[in-house]
Design a protein around this ligand. Structure first.
Ligand SMILES: Nc1ncnc2c1ncn2[C@@H]1O[C@H](COP(=O)(O)OP(=O)(O)OP(=O)(O)O)[C@@H](O)[C@H]1O
Ligand SMILES: [Mg+2]
Length: 489
């Protein structure tokens, strides 16, 4: 399709300049042709028109149909708002919100690799992971995450674009029906996509791993394969360690990125929220051999994996939202003042019960302490001391838990409004379940004012479990005085 002239009208929209002219589609800025409607519109818009000449393959129009099916069903700040669509047979187009900013591809071109430090990569990676998690919660796998399909808004947030290869768990997958071959962009495609599995959210985590690898090293972990043999390599291959390209990168960052790039989906982060949490808490990443290695696995390992991959059958993927529920980020709020042994014990029991049935779930232990007084002369010094002390206390509390199937991290937040701090933390880190003490001794009080547990239960964006304090049966006789039994009525 040739370029349309500015001023052309389509179904009540007037076209302005062409923003992008790619192999698959043209993107134009548009407004309403009706001047009054245009004055009233609250955000700028673009129109995407697929290329549809004879030389353009059928994939073009199928993937456009896929995007038309998925974008209107997505909401939130991590996708452009859908406005309108043209009739597919007459004149296919898609009108959506214009998102100001630049693509990550543009950003990569502007920032030389030496200037991209670990903190920047981690910060940007965490925002991208949160964007991916957001669409996963809406049961959509993007399946084409790459720098050209991510827009960075001026405020640093990320918007995902281009849902032409995506898959919605509740709607027919046109691409799986139409194409019997691998669907995706070869450089970023996950191994399971190579063998035709669609709809696993961990495929997006793999693609994020490829993006982060390129951000950190300037290299592509699997090159840009053009043959199917080249593509299949990633079924068994571990890419060169990042620190081989850039020895100054920290081990934790290599650990995180190589985990995203594990050939078997089950070895990667189970959800993008888990990835975001690690990227925003580097000091809590447990670095193993994967993070420390300076050379890739040898021929023997790869050969063994190659044999295994030849007979590999991928399991059907769980639905994205279900997968997130199975391996939630479980947050526990541990008080640090006026806290009885019974409360600490009951919280630990409740956490053990919640984690026990959810292998892979991640535990975040959080304490909120009051802000350090600014009048303190050695303010900065004392602040880190206090944090260290409270973190050590959290670790000690968790020492009694069986964490063999879980990773855990420890966070000390400073805030005067405890409930608000807990709710904000849960929101920012996509916590799936929060466990906190029910403060039963305050029941009388709760009739008159909102206590912390009541506010959290009401306003937190996740399941909240309020735990009443209870000591083990064996200890009941001995500690009666401190562990008053909970008031039930
Ligand atoms: N809503 C939008 N707001 C701002 N820019 C956009 C928007 N949608 C698309 N763009 C710009 O257009 C480019 C291409 O968009 P998109 O990825 O949706 O098309 P495509 O199907 O990949 O097309 P092609 O393969 O031809 O590049 C994006 O990289 C971005 O620069
Ligand atoms: Mg694109």
């Amino acid at each position: 399709m040739k370029l349309l002239a500015p001023g052309s009208e389509i179904d009540g929209f007037v076209l302005h300049e062409c923003l992008h002219s790619g192999g698959m589609a043209h993107i134009y800025r548009v407004g309403y042709a009706n001047a009054q409607a245009d004055m009233q519109r609250s955000f700028p818009m673009v129109m995407k028109i697929p290329r549809m000449t004879l030389q353009d393959g059928a994939e073009n129009i199928v993937s456009f149909e896929v995007e038309l099916g998925i974008l209107p069903r997505l909401s939130g700040s991590h996708v452009p708002r859908f406005v309108a669509a043209g009739d597919l047979l007459r004149l296919p187009y898609l009108v959506m919100e214009y998102v100001p900013g630049q693509t990550l591809q543009h950003w990569l071109e502007q920032h030389p690799v030496e200037a991209r430090d670990a903190a920047t990569i981690a910060r940007m990676g965490s925002v991208m992971a949160i964007a991916a998690h957001n669409i996963h919660q809406q049961n959509v796998c993007h399946l084409d995450i790459k720098p050209a399909n991510m827009l960075l808004r001026p405020d640093g947030s990320v918007v995902l674009l281009d849902f032409g290869l995506s898959c919605h768990a509740h709607y027919p997958d046109l691409l799986a029906e139409e194409m019997r071959k691998a669907v995706g962009s070869p450089t970023w495609m996950a191994p399971e996509q190579v063998v035709g599995v669609r709809g696993d959210l961990r495929s997006d985590i793999f693609a994020l791993g490829v993006v982060l690898y390129e951000m950190a090293t300037g290299e592509l972990p699997f090159g840009a394969p053009v043959t199917s043999g080249g593509l299949r390599q990633r079924l068994w291959m571990t890419p060169a360690p990042l620190r081989q390209h850039r020895p100054d990168l920290p081990e934790w960052l290599q650990e995180v990125i190589l985990r995203c790039l594990e050939p078997e989906a089950a070895q990667r982060y189970p959800t993008a929220a888990h990835l975001a949490l690690d990227l925003s808490n580097p000091d809590q990443v447990v670095t193993g051999e994967r993070g420390r290695r300076l050379r890739g696995p040898g021929f023997k390992t790869h050969f063994k994996r190659w044999i295994k991959a030849a007979g590999m059958h991928y399991q059907p993927s769980p639905l994205p939202a279900q997968q997130i529920e199975q391996v939630p980020i479980v947050m526990v709020a541990i008080p640090h003042e006026d806290v009885s042994d019974a409360t600490l014990y009951s919280l630990r029991e409740a956490v053990a019960r919640s984690l026990g049935i959810r292998p892979g779930a991640r535990l975040a232990c959080v304490s909120v302490i009051s802000p350090a007084s600014s009048s303190n002369a050695s303010h900065e010094h004392s602040e880190t001391m206090a944090h260290r002390k409270h973190r050590a206390r959290l670790r000690q509390w968790a020492a009694g838990l069986d964490l063999s199937n879980h990773s855990a991290s420890f966070h000390v937040l400073e805030a005067s409004d405890v409930a608000q701090a807990l709710i904000r933390y849960a929101e920012a880190n996509r916590v799936g379940m929060m466990i906190l003490g029910a403060a039963t001794h305050g029941l009388q009080l709760q009739r008159f004012i909102d206590t912390i547990p009541i506010r959290v239960a009401r306003d937190a964006p996740c399941t909240v479990i309020l735990v009443k304090q209870q000591l083990p049966f064996s200890a009941l006789g001995t500690t009666q005085a401190t562990a008053s039994s909970p008031i039930e009525e």
